[in-house]
Design a protein around this ligand. Structure first.
Ligand code: FES
Length: 166
């Protein structure tokens, strides 16, 4: 997002200093995440310390500080899923999607996005369907009793192509 777009968003609000959360939400709605550059421009435009904007962005879990892929894969790492092998699912997904970094972001969350921005991979604590553990969610769809062997089939539903990606 460029400076002009940021200024347009800020200009929508009569008292923008009191609407920081809304401004950040508006930016994320367009970019799907909050880049450092965008936060810096907001900080300059509103004369608000950048550290304050980072605190807000890291406090609210719905803000993303890294680019987000078209499809978001979330592996449940809650206790029930963990004991049934979710760490193995996560490692396999990292391999299949070729995202090998450790993925821990500045705010301590786990988040990785493929180079082509087709997929993002993250983790959650519990989806509330522990009886189906281990559970993986892709966008809004929940997959239960997932095994490592199921992963390529699930990814293919979202446009993952094995040959091109391996
Ligand atoms: S622990 Fe995974 S759904 Fe509850």
């Amino acid at each position: 997002m460029d400076r002009q777009q940021i200024e347009e968003i800020i200009g929508k609000y009569k008292y923008p200093e009191g609407k920081i959360l809304s401004i950040l939400e508006d930016i994320q709605e367009v970019d799907r995440y909050l880049s450092k550059e965008s936060l810096k421009m907001v900080s300059e435009a509103l004369n608000v310390p950048l550290s304050k904007l980072f605190s807000i962005a890291t406090f609210y879990s719905f803000f993303n500080l890294k680019p987000v892929g078209e499809h978001i894969i979330t592996v449940c790492m809650g206790t029930a899923c963990h004991v049934r092998g979710s760490a193995g699912l996560l490692n396999n997904l990292k391999n299949l999607l070729k995202v090998s970094e450790n993925g821990v972001t500045e705010d301590g969350k786990f988040f990785l996005t493929t180079e082509d921005k087709h997929f993002s991979l993250n983790t959650a604590r519990c989806f509330g369907c522990c009886s189906m553990a281990p559970v993986v969610k892709v966008d809004e769809r929940i997959y239960g009793y997932v095994t490592v062997n199921d992963l390529p089939r699930i990814l293919k539903e979202y446009g993952w192509k094995e040959d091109e990606n391996r």
